[in-house]
Ligand binder design. Structure first.
Ligand code: ATP
Ligand code: MG
Length: 507
């Protein structure tokens, strides 16, 4: 399918998020779409699939102008979209989610026939998932694969993916993108791929386009571009250098977080964390490496009080720790969970309120039980400026922010008041390259200032760069530990791969 947009424009109130964008996606090609957080990438593709109604301009499919009023209308034209945020139904199985993707369920499903069709689809699918698992059992990476399978099941002629790889390991990303490119080049469908990773553009895209502040500022074959050139197009000329890491040598600090024989169950009641021991000291970043789904999420949830602990003990500064609001405040424990919009924000509330969530009952936000909204707003305004959160103002609903800017707002809140212990999961998912450098610098600064940081990441490069020590988690246990300076990627990879290899051989 050939897709063209002509002069596409979208305003939110007085703000122009998309400004006269004319873009062509060639049939059978992979088109990458780059741009800073808030540049308008999601808005553009949401206009194409009828999720938003453009204020001006047109969408042409195979040369014919089409009015696409809704995602369902787009689907009928053969246009599918994998959204930046998950849309899977948590309570339903993988199989049910796939069938549901068609939108119009018959009142009576012939389960046997449907199951046979699904099995056939799964057999030809580029990656496998257990049809009977529910999304609750799935890691972020697996959920993302389910989102993609849902769309492929509909046999689209154009598939748009909004940052599909931000929750995938590099290996999973390669697997997914390789499969998608194959489909495109076979002529089955055209692909639009939104990403922040130049590596993926270079390796998998045919054409690349760059958005900046709602305008299309570059569009060319990948072969004629360089990452430097693309980066420059993204940020424009007038921009200072990005922050760099300043790691200070550290002295061995006191144990701040002590985990002893911790046991945690997964959503299905299976053991997810198995008698895990770990100490994180003041002034160090301990990186937890591992393939997603090996207990990292359950570990972090148990530490931050979002999941019951089955056994064992957690101490902070030597005191038993249960992550109550009071303990978090007194001990200055802060964190960034996965999917912050869902797990760390109230979407309907404003950016200012969300930034105040941690401290709304303390001075200066509150005095004698009264909220002092002026103080809340002032503080929010300062943090928005300091962390470069792109928002129409502190009063805008946090849900209206672009994905990367939600992340920044949460980080602004969590890092702002001298955290002593930071529990962080995949902190730069979905951030543009400048923001990644900035967040890394801020985490390093927290460490330099003496904070203990537990950093879960599926990105080995990130761990190798940031961590002082790296542990590898596999099947709920720590199977390897090493000083980051001495760590060897291959060795880490082989410990990480333990389970993945076994699963592949079984398949
Ligand atoms: N529903 C909305 N209401 C108000 N403003 C919005 C809405 N949706 C998006 N915006 C604004 O439009 C701009 C572009 O947002 P968009 O989500 O398209 O960015 P993006 O390029 O996808 O960024 P990211 O990389 O962070 O996902 C942002 O400044 C955002 O705040
Ligand atoms: Mg986006």
């Amino acid at each position: 399918m050939q897709l063209e947009t002509f002069n596409l424009t979208k305003r939110f109130g007085a703000f122009t998020a998309l400004d006269g964008v004319s873009l062509t996606v060639r049939p059978g090609s992979v088109q990458a779409l780059l741009g800073e957080n808030g540049a308008g990438k999601s808005t553009l593709v949401k206009c194409i699939v009828g999720y938003y109604r453009a204020d001006d301009g047109a969408v042409m499919v195979d040369g014919r102008e089409r009015e696409i009023h809704s995602p369902a209308a787009a689907r009928d034209l053969g246009i599918g979209m994998v959204y930046q945020h998950f849309t899977v139904v948590p309570g339903m199985t993988v199989a049910e989610n796939l069938l549901l993707a068609r939108g119009h369920l018959k009142a009576l499903i012939d389960w046997k026939a449907a199951r046979a069709e699904l099995d056939a689809f799964m057999a030809s699918a580029p990656f496998r998932l257990d049809p009977d698992a529910t999304p609750l059992d799935l890691s972020a990476g697996e959920k993302q694969k389910l989102e993609i399978l849902k769309q492929l099941f509909l046999r689209p002629k154009l598939l748009i993916l909004d940052e599909p790889t931000s929750v995938l390991t590099p290996r999973e990303a390669d697997e997914v993108l390789c499969a998608l490119r194959e489909r495109a080049h076979a002529g089955d469908c055209s692909i639009v791929l939104i990403t922040h990773k130049f590596r993926e553009v270079t390796a998998y895209a045919d054409d690349v386009s760059v958005l900046r502040r709602g305008q299309l500022v570059a569009s060319m074959p990948v072969a004629q571009s360089t990452p430097q050139q693309l980066a420059a197009a993204m940020v424009g000329e007038a921009r200072g250098a990005v922050k760099t890491l300043q790691r200070e040598p550290r002295a061995e600090g006191e144990a701040r977080l002590g985990i002893h024989a911790l046991q945690v169950r997964g959503d299905r009641g299976e053991p997810a964390v198995r008698r895990l021991d770990l100490v994180v000291r003041a002034g160090e970043i301990v990186g937890v490496a591992g393939v997603s789904g090996n207990g990292q999420r359950e570990l972090m949830e148990a530490l931050s009080g979002q999941r019951a602990r089955e056994g064992g003990e957690v101490r902070v500064d030597g005191q038993p720790f249960h992550a109550t609001r009071r303990e978090n405040r007194v001990l200055k424990v802060r964190g960034l969970p996965e999917e912050p919009l869902r797990n760390a924000c109230v979407g309907e509330l404003s950016v200012a309120h969300n930034i105040a969530l941690r401290s709304f009952d303390e001075a200066p936000a509150s005095r004698w039980g009264w909220m002092r909204w002026r103080a809340v707003r002032r503080r929010a305004q300062a943090l928005i400026g300091d962390y470069g959160v792109k928002t129409q103002g502190p009063g805008a609903a946090i849900r209206s922010l672009s994905g990367g800017n939600v992340q920044r707002a949460v980080l602004a809140r969590e890092l702002s008041d001298d955290a002593r212990l930071l529990l962080v999961s995949n902190p730069v998912f979905g951030l543009d390259f400048a923001a990644v450098a900035e967040i890394h610098a801020r985490l390093t600064a927290a460490r330099n200032a003496g904070a203990a940081v537990l950093l879960v990441s599926e990105d080995l490069d990130e761990l190798l760069m940031l961590a002082d020590r790296i542990v590898v988690m596999s099947e709920g246990r720590i199977v390897h530990e090493t000083d980051a300076a001495q760590a060897e990627r291959q060795v880490l990879g082989s410990f990480m791969g333990g389970r993945a290899h076994a699963a592949q051989e079984a398949a």
